[in-house]
Write a protein that binds this ligand. Structure first.
Ligand code: ATP
Length: 151
């Protein structure tokens, strides 16, 4: 029996589906949630979340949040979450550039703005790294008239 997985961010339902295992970025490292897991409520760090089901793996970036586990349901309430396939690379690059330039200008380190820009840099870097490492070439992403359609 699989476990149901729901990923909800502040502004939308990011994913819902079945899972054989959900791997989440816990505060003490990666945590694997299997079906029939004991009830759990815990904090999530910024990092990579993976949903594996029947030889398929979906990869998401999460910027932090909360995970609630019941034996048949894992709910992720994320500050922000997106699948690697839907990350807008240009937007993340611009966010990273903005943050790097701000931090390079040497603002006071104790300021709220400094802390916020450091966090923005971590988010954008995570998104860009995730795309590099996990984004797959989907069928149809490239036009190749010489090959036969396989899907
Ligand atoms: P930006 O400065 O580009 O707005 P951010 O890190 O401040 O980025 P967040 O506050 O983490 O953005 O997220 C706000 C919403 O935008 C969330 O729904 C998040 O999933 C989405 N989002 C942020 N960056 C991207 C991106 N590069 N591609 C797709 N969705 C994104």
């Amino acid at each position: 029996m699989p476990i149901r997985c729901e990923i909800v961010s502040q502004d939308r339902l990011v994913y819902e589906g079945e899972a054989d295992i959900v791997l989440v970025p816990g505060v003490r490292g990666e945590m694997g949630i299997l079906p029939n897991h004991a009830p759990l409520l815990s904090t999530l760090s910024l990092g990579i979340l993976k949903v594996r089901y029947q030889n398929e793996e979906r990869v998401f970036t999460v910027t932090g949040g909360v995970i609630e586990v019941q034996p048949d349901l894992v709910t992720i309430l994320a500050d922000a979450a997106e699948s690697v396939e839907e990350i807008n690379v240009m937007r993340a690059e611009e966010a990273r550039k903005r943050a790097e330039e701000y931090l390079k200008a040497g603002p006071p380190k104790e300021s709220d703005a400094y802390t916020a820009m450091e966090a923005a840099l971590r988010r954008s870097t995570l998104r860009l790294e995730a795309v590099k490492r996990y984004r797959t070439k989907r069928p149809g992403a490239m036009v190749d008239t010489s090959s036969k359609e396989t899907d």
